[in-house]
Each structure stands twice: as C-alpha cells, then as structure tokens.
Design a protein around this ligand. Structure first.
Ligand code: HEM
Length: 414
C-alpha cells in the first residue's frame, strides 16, 4: 500500500463524514445516529461540509459552553476558514452588514446593547396578558373553523409573528412576504444567487421601514433603532440588519418550537397529562425547559472559528480551523442529563440545556420565547384536551432542510 493510501485510511480529516447528516427513519426527535456514533466516546470530531473543508463538530455539553464562552473563538464570518452554512452564506459575506450574529466583543457589545431593551425579563413579563389574549383568540378561531386544522397556520406561526411584529412595529399585513423570504433565507442548501435575492428583498424592505420610523417615530423597537441611526451610532444598513435579525429570529424559532412540541407530547401521553392537568406556572415553566432541551430546534450547528490554538476534549483546535457547535447534541449529553432521550417534564436540571446557546451570543429573545411557549403549552391542551393528529405520524413533513427544525404543517383534529 502506498504512503498516500495509508495516510488517507488513518487521517481523520480524510475520513471525516459529511455534515449535515440525516436523522434515523421514524426518529424525528433524536440526533442523527451517524453523529452519535462519531462522537460516542469523544466530545468533538471532524466533519466534511459543503465546500470540502473539515471543521470540528462539538457535541459535548461542557465543551460547547467552554468554547462559546472563550474569547479565542470568533463568530467573524470574514475570517478565512470560517465554516459557512452553505454556498449562499459564504457568497454573501462581502455585502452582509455587521451585526450581533457575525461580530465579536467589543463590536458585538455595541450592537447587543441597542437590541436588548425590549426583551428584558421585566418588559417581556408585562406582555404575558397580551400573549395570553392572542393565544386564546387564535384557539377560538381554530375551534370555530373546519376540522382538521393546520396548527402551524392557526396558532404556531401567527402568535410569534404577531408578537415580534408588534414589538418591532412592523405592519402585520406584511407578514406573508416576510415569512416567505425568511424561510428561503434559512434553508440548508441555498445558492449564492437565491441567497442574494432573498437578502436584498428583505434588506430593502427593512431599510424603507427604518427610514419611515426615523421620520415618524412610534413606541416600538424599530423606532428606537432608527433613532440610533439619526444619532449616527448605527449605519442605515446596520439598523436594517438588526431589525431583520430580530424579525427572522423572532418568529421562525418560536413557531417551530410551538408546533414540534405537539407531536412530541402526543407521543408521550403521560407527560402530556402532567402539562394538561396542572395550572401551576412552575410546572408549566419546567415543562417548557424540558421541551426546549428535548427538541432543541436549532439544529445544524452554530458556526465559529478559532483565532488561536485551543486545547479541548483531548484535541487541539488550531488557529484558523472552523468549529460547528451542534447545540442540540449537548442537550442529549448523558453526562448532564440522565436518560437524555426520554422526555421528562419533571427533569430537575432541564434548564441547563444549550437550546438558547451560551456566552455572549446567547439568545436575545429567550424570555419572549419562554413566555410564548409557557402560555401556548399551558393553554392549548387544557382548552382542547382531545387534541390529536389528523394524519398518520409518517405523514408529517419535518423541516430537515432548515436551520430551525420543525414541521411544515401539522393537521390536527379534536
Ligand atoms: C424557542 C425559540 C428560540 C430559540 C430556540 C432560539 C435560539 C437561539 C440560539 C441558539 C442563539 C445563539 C446563536 C449563536 O450562538 O450563534 C440565538 C441567538 C439569538 N436569538 Fe434566539 N432563539 C429563539 C427565539 C428568539 C426570539 C423570539 C428572538 C427575538 C425576539 C430571538 C433573537 C435572537 C438574536 C437577536 C440572537 C443573536 C444574539 C447574539 O448573537 O448576540 N430568538 N437564539
């Protein structure tokens, strides 16, 4: 055997399996078996992505937190070797404005401070009655309509879309345009042209809206952001990117969580009963944390790059190597969560999940998402105790091709 062939057979980079990997047939809630096999006895390994490079994929809970909290790890997508999601994301780098998503401290701190105001615990708690009212109204409308109903269209998508539109001051009439373009933008395989077209359309829309808010300010988050443009703290394109980021992150994620939890709970009737039969807010809040842990929904891995050599998990990540943090896998790390594949709404440490990330990029909207999920799960099964799928389980179309996992539609009856 030649040296070259021997090297290929033993070199972990040459053998790195392709990422993303498919889930097992009939196991829509568990991580891909091939990823589990790859990282069964180690918290990180090499994978091969769309451009042929072999970044590290990190699945261990402790190692993810260590890396996400490490200033030697960067989210700067301009650095050579950055493991982009797809061709379209890589091609967009030169024209994508700087934002929380692609910056490190101290640049990140500047953006983040401007963004967090409307999403603090106190301000989101004040929205709870409005979230409850909208949830009740949407459920009333679904019950008054024909059976079966699509739960995504009836409840999962409109609730977070209405809330984030309201908070930002985006006209709800534009939601169809926004949803369509946002969905295209977060597909797994997007060409450079499609990505550019999607981004330009959304960016143009947001720039126009920010200009309008600067001229006629209202009591909403986009008006606050527009005021920063007037004060020259932000450029117009940074402001548009901020609004766009909040808009996309604010509806697609919570919508997927709301809908995906329904088949997961119907699969586990004794767990569903705990939720349905309790009006204790602590029980409901605990159930939300466990559902966030169990479902994860941000699948495909957050992208980073090492700025210096980093020793971790028995390996050395070299400066300039890509890092993929597969948050969902950490939520199934048996070292932290005993029997990790079991949905256990009373799990004591469920809140230690990585579903909202960790470190400086940890989710801005997590309080809003938590309140939306607490209200929906706490209301839906109590108001409709007979809720059931109106399609065989195999008929459900899961969003395997999206960065935010979920279901495309969910026919339900009662
Ligand atoms: C269940 C719902 C949600 C989940 C599972 C989720 C998950 C995440 C995760 C994992 C990150 C970290 C990304 C990284 O480290 O690269 C993140 C960041 C972010 N999320 Fe969420 N999110 C949710 C809802 C929301 C909502 C409702 C909003 C807006 C109101 C939002 C806005 C953001 C923003 C702006 C960031 C970027 C923060 C930064 O980079 O500093 N998210 N989210």
């Amino acid at each position: 055997m030649s040296d070259a062939l021997t090297d290929t057979a033993t070199d972990p980079q040459a053998q790195a399996p392709r990422w993303p990997m498919p889930r097992a047939e009939g196991c829509p809630f568990d991580p891909p078996p091939a990823l589990r096999a790859l990282t069964a006895d180690k918290p990180l390994a090499r994978v091969r992505i769309w451009d042929g490079t072999t970044p590290w994929i990190v699945t261990g809970h402790a190692e993810q937190r260590a890396l996400l909290g490490d200033p030697r790890v960067s989210a700067d997508e301009r650095l050579p070797g950055f493991p982009h999601w797809h061709e379209g994301a890589a091609a967009a780098v030169p024209y994508r404005p700087r934002s929380v998503f692609n910056s490190d401290a101290p640049e990140h701190t500047r953006f983040r401070r401007i963004m967090t105001g409307p999403f603090t615990f106190k301000r989101v708690e004040a929205l709870r009655p409005a979230i409850q009212k909208i949830t009740d109204h949407l459920i009333d409308a679904m019950l008054a309509g024909p059976k079966p109903a699509d739960l995504v269209e009836a409840l999962a998508l409109p609730l977070p879309t209405l809330m984030i539109s309201e908070l930002l001051g985006v006209p709800y009439e534009d939601h169809e345009f926004i949803q369509e373009y946002a969905a295209r933008g977060i597909a797994h395989e997007v060409s450079a042209e499609e990505n550019a077209r999607t981004f330009m359309a959304l960016n143009e829309y947001l720039v126009g809206l920010v200009e309008k808010k600067a001229a006629e300010p209202a009591d909403d988050a986009l008006s606050d952001i527009a005021a920063r443009v007037t004060a020259e703290d932000l450029s117009a394109s940074e402001a548009a990117m901020m609004g766009l980021g909040l808009l996309i992150a604010g509806h697609e994620t919570s919508a997927n969580m709301i809908a995906l939890a329904v088949p997961a709970l119907l699969d586990n009737p004794e767990q569903l009963a705990l939720l349905r039969d309790s009006d204790d807010p602590k029980v409901v809040a605990g159930a939300v944390e466990e559902l966030l842990r169990y479902l994860g929904i941000i699948h495909g891995g957050q992208r980073r790059i090492a700025k210096e050599d980093i020793e971790i998990g028995g390996e050395v990540i070299r400066a300039g190597e890509g890092i993929i943090i597969e948050l969902f896998s950490a939520n199934r790390d048996a070292a932290v969560f005993p029997e990790p594949d079991r949905l256990d709404l009373r799990r004591e440490n469920a809140r230690h999940h990585n579903a909202f990330g960790f470190g400086i990029h940890q989710c801005v909207g997590q309080q809003l998402a938590r309140v939306e999920l607490q209200v929906v799960y706490g209301t839906l099964f109590r108001r409709i105790p007979t809720l059931a799928l109106a399609t065989p389980r195999e008929g459900i179309e899961f969003k395997h091709e999206r960065l935010a996992y979920g279901v495309h539609s969910l026919p339900v009856t009662w």
